[in-house]
Design a protein around this ligand. Sequence first.
Ligand code: FES
Ligand code: ZN
Ligand code: ZN
Length: 318
Amino acid sequence: MGVRMSSKSCRFCSKPAILRIRYSGLLVCKKHFIEYFEKRVFRTIQKYKMIREGDKVLLGLSGGKDSIALLHIFTNLQNTLKFEILPLFIDLGIQLNNYSQVSSEIVKRNCKKLGLDVIIVKIKDEYGFSIDNVSAKKLRRPICSVCGLIKRYVLNRKTLELSVNKVATGHNLNDEATFLLQNIINTDVDLLSKFGPIQPTLEGLFVSRIKPFFETYEDDISLYATLKNLEYVDTTCPYAKDASTLQLKTIIANLENIRPGAALAMVKGFYKKIKPLLQSIREEREEKITKCKICGMPTSMEICSFCRLRDRIAKTNF
Ligand code: FES
Ligand code: ZN
Ligand code: ZN
C-alpha cells in the first residue's frame, strides 16, 4: 500500500522516489520498490517455511495480477530455492466477454515467455459443464462461491494426479483480511480454524497449500505488475460484479485508508494469537474428513460437494 511521491529521493539511492510505503514509511524509486517487493515475498516464504528443496509446486493461475506476479517471482526464485513449478490454468468456460479465452491466452503467453509448460484443465471437457452452465442453472448458492468450490476441487484432484507435494495460490493480504471479516461476521469458526499462510499436508487427502502473498498488499502487487510490465487480465470476472466479497474488500480498503497497516496487523495478529485457540476445532474438523463415495476425494460428508453439484447440473440439459 503506497502513496505516489514526486520530489523526495529514494531511501536506497539518489533517484526520485515514486512512492512512500505507508505501513513502513519507506520512500523508494522504481528499482528499489521492485527489490523491496521481491525480498518481502521471499521473506514470507522463508518465515513460514513454505518451500523446501526438491518440492514440486503446483501453481494455480487465473491470469489475474496476483497469480501472474507469483509466477514471475517463483521463476526468479527457482534456482535459489531449488524447487519445481507446475503452472496450471483452469478453463472455467466463461464465454461472457470472452473471459476464459482471454485469460487462457494471457496465461499461455506468460508461461511461454518463462519457458514453462502450462497444464490446462477445461472443466467442460473433464466434468461436462462450464461456469456458464452453472449460472444458467440458477442455483441458490452465489456463482462465485460455486466457482471457488470447483477450483479447489480441480486443484486438489490435480495434486494427486501429478504427484506434487505443494499447491501455491496468489491469495493476497487483502483477500485474507476479507476472508477474516466475512467469517467473523458469519461466526464460521470451522473456516476460521483453517486460516493461515500454509496448510499442512493431510496424508492421502490434501497436499500442503501455500500463500506466498499472505503478507503482501494487493496495491503493491498491482504496482509491481505494472512496473515489471507484466501482462495480466485486468478485468474482473463478469460474474463477480455483485459478489458480496467485493463489498467487504472495499471495507478493508477504507479501513486501510483510515488506519494504514490495519489489514496487515489483523491478519498477522489473528494467525499468531487467535488461530492457536481454535486448534481443537480444527482437529475435530480434520477427524471428520473421509473419502467421497463417488470420486474418492476428501469430504466431511458421504458424497462431496463437487459430486453433488455435478449431479444437480447433470439433471439440466444444456
Ligand atoms: Fe469464478 Fe468468476 S472466476 S465466477
Ligand atoms: Zn532507489
Ligand atoms: Zn466426490
